[in-house]
Write a protein that binds this ligand. Structure first.
Ligand code: ATP
Length: 378
């Protein structure tokens, strides 16, 4: 009976090449594909995203935020592949931030060190201890496990900027993927955070308090496909989750996205497309041009910003930028008199951080700290 059935049912072939047997069902489209066709569509979609957004220009040096995890490892691999295939003429450099998380970042950095050899890219490692005098382990020991993501997020953002500036680079890529972006859109929507909703769908984010622009070439790339790609290509990446507690609200948004994806795979892209289509009141703030950004990055590199921050010394990195744009404590670009990192550091250094976090009456925990940071104005 089964023999008869096998003779009558045509052998299903890859839905793209119709020549090879499929080995996987593509999460984004549910197409059954062979490995070469999956690699091809995966890489080509990223290339198209890069081309449409005009992400690079020839001769540019670009940092890849390399955590050793699946996203940034696949990012480094794909950027090397596409740079060679399409001759972008870009020099990629790996930039890692060592947050000082024992059993997590120390191990993942070993992966990045191997990636450096595997992809023949230079590697720069910048640590929280060196920049701020505090590792995340020490911060968590002081403030507990509750708000650590906020500290880590603020410090990492600035550390990536400072690492780039140290390298004289004004463009950094991160491995944020379509799932991350859909989560962020949903979170901003649910919080009513219209200002962030306006910016969070952009592939390139510019900020007036940063000399470095950030791009997300995986903006439309599904996390599940990144995992499949890393798996089939046998890429060397580190897969352990951070040992400290994750941001609770993002976790909720993530679960929601995963549930939506399970019943409707296009949900992730649909959320991003919807987010992109929202028409919001535009912020009229003028952001620096690429040339202005490059100039600032070079000037700041010369001024050894990292050393200044570690010493907490005010500095005059760029004579063209007025004092009003600088943090009065560390001298780094800031829209407020004191930058977010220094506010947090001040609390830590004075041993006040925990007291301040627990002392408020209305929103508590993560929400309270975020609100406090957002409302800063002097
Ligand atoms: N310690 C770090 N050093 C350098 N870049 C980082 C670091 N942590 C995160 N990034 C950058 O930010 C992106 C998003 O970080 P996130 O913490 O969301 O990790 P993730 O989604 O697990 O990504 P990955 O799989 O690359 O670790 C990463 O892909 C990477 O480009």
């Amino acid at each position: 009976m089964s023999g008869t059935h096998a003779n009558t049912v045509p052998l299903r072939m890859c839905e793209l090449c119709h020549a090879r047997k499929p080995v996987l069902r593509r999460p984004k489209t549910l197409q059954k594909l062979c490995k070469p066709c999956f690699y091809h569509v995966f890489e080509t979609e990223i290339h198209n995203t890069i081309m449409e957004a005009k992400l690079f220009h020839r001769g540019e040096r670009v940092a890849i935020g390399a955590s050793g995890g699946k996203d940034s490892t696949v990012l480094a691999h794909v950027m090397k592949t596409l740079n060679e295939r399409y001759d972008y003429g870009v020099e990629f450099v790996l930039l890692s931030i060592d947050e000082g998380i024992t059993g997590y970042r120390d191990d993942s950095l070993e992966t990045v060190k191997r990636n450096k050899e595997q992809y023949s890219m230079d590697l720069e490692i910048v640590s929280y201890s060196e920049l701020y005098g505090w590792s995340m382990d020490q911060i968590v020991a002081q403030i507990g496990n509750k708000n650590n993501c906020t500290y880590c997020g603020v410090f990492r953002r600035q550390a990536l900027d400072r690492g780039s500036v140290k390298l004289g680079i004004s463009h950094i890529l991160t491995g944020h993927n379509a799932d991350d972006m859909a989560e962020t859109i949903l979170m901003n929507l649910l919080r009513g955070d219209v200002a962030r909703l306006d910016r969070c769908t952009e592939i390139v984010t510019d900020s007036s308090d940063s000399p470095v622009k950030r791009s997300k070439p995986f903006k439309y790339t599904y996390e599940k496909e990144i995992v499949l790609y890393a798996h089939y290509k046998k890429l060397d990446y580190f897969s352990t989750e951070c040992t400290y507690s994750p941001e609770a609200f993002r976790g909720t948004a993530r679960t929601l996205i995963k549930n939506l994806e399970a019943v409707r795979p296009s949900s992730i892209i649909d959320i991003i497309k919807s987010g992109e289509s929202f028409v919001l009141l535009k912020n009229q703030k003028k952001y620096p041009t690429p040339a202005e950004r490059q100039e600032t990055a070079t000037t700041m590199a010369t001024a050894s910003t990292c050393q200044n921050l570690a010493q907490g010394a005010p500095s005059a990195f760029d004579p063209n930028v007025t004092r009003a744009n600088r943090c009065h404590t560390c001298g780094y670009l800031s829209m407020n008199k004191i930058c977010k990192a220094c506010i947090l550091l001040e609390g830590l250094n004075a041993g006040r951080a925990k007291l301040e976090l627990d002392g408020g009456v209305e929103p508590t925990g993560q929400a309270a700290l975020t609100k406090k940071l957002e409302q800063l104005s002097f």
